[in-house]
Design a protein around this ligand. Structure first.
Ligand code: GLP
Length: 254
């Protein structure tokens, strides 16, 4: 079945980030033991800031919730400044009351990466599956590190990054290209989530968003797989929605 994607277009990055923090906070209130899958990148930074603020101001607690990150670069130890372990500690996990025993980031430095992928997939299942998966989107339509061509049936595994992704992510590596490989949850791991929220901001995401929403459902555009999922919301700022045409200029279904 192909569901229409629910799209909410917000004025700007700040509004999009506040709306994303609202979705996470209401999920937590409704289910304090919820299981979240969450992204890295520049896009979710505002959402994390919003959640940290609510923790500090309103006492929003994350202590009972479980978190799984989407991905990590292969070969980076958890203390490498460009690792997603460090990103998550600095922007979220280290700033709120998460239970360290309920926080999971793939170990990019695991001696046996294949075994690490299987362990990760098992941990997700043991937690009862994901209640809310929050995603960013790459300029080529990738979600997590599932690059164009990733099988919709894939599970957590070692993946090769697209050259374009390595160039875009070079900013985290002092101008060097990003590593060639990563551990990423799979397309099926993502689509097994009970609810998905995809965040996109800025004109450099507009084409990928339009391809995901209005192009063919195809493994060449990983985010288009979300059209096969019954409970997905796209939270976009106006710039990211700018290739969607007039119908998506307000909240509605695209
Ligand atoms: C990275 C991450 C993705 C992220 C995407 C977009 O490579 N692996 O999970 O959604 O690229 O990043 P940004 O938000 O910085 O544009």
């Amino acid at each position: 079945m192909r569901a229409a994607l629910r799209t909410r277009v917000l004025t700007d990055y700040e509004a999009m980030s506040a709306a994303a923090a609202d979705v996470v906070a209401s999920k937590l209130r409704e289910k304090p033991h919820a299981v979240f899958m969450i992204p890295t990148g520049t896009t979710p930074l505002g959402m994390y800031r919003g959640l940290v603020e609510r923790h500090e101001r309103e006492g929003l607690s994350f202590a009972l919730a479980t978190f799984f990150n989407l991905d990590e670069y292969l070969g980076l130890p958890p203390d490498h400044p460009a690792s997603y372990h460090v990103y998550m500690r600095e922007n979220f996990y280290g700033l709120v009351d998460v239970d360290p025993g309920r926080v999971h980031v793939p170990d990019g430095a695991a001696p046996d990466p294949e075994a690490e992928c299987e362990r990760y997939e098992r941990a997700i299942r043991a937690a009862g599956g994901v209640d809310l998966c929050v995603l960013g989107i790459g300029r080529n339509g990738h979600i997590g590190f599932n690059e164009p061509g990733a099988s919709f049936d894939s599970r957590t595994r070692v993946v090769r990054l697209a050259e374009s992704t390595r160039r875009v992510n070079a900013t985290d590596f002092e101008g060097e290209r990003a590593p060639e490989r990563a551990i990423s949850v799979g397309m099926r791991t993502i689509s097994d989530s009970r609810e998905v929220l995809l965040l996109a901001s800025g004109t450099n995401k507009a084409r990928a968003v339009a391809a995901a929403v209005g192009g063919e459902v195809s493994e060449e555009v990983p985010a288009s797989a979300l059209r096969l999922h019954p409970n997905v919301t796209l939270l976009l700022d106006r710039d990211a929605a700018s290739d969607l045409g007039g119908s998506a200029s307000k909240e509605g279904r695209a």
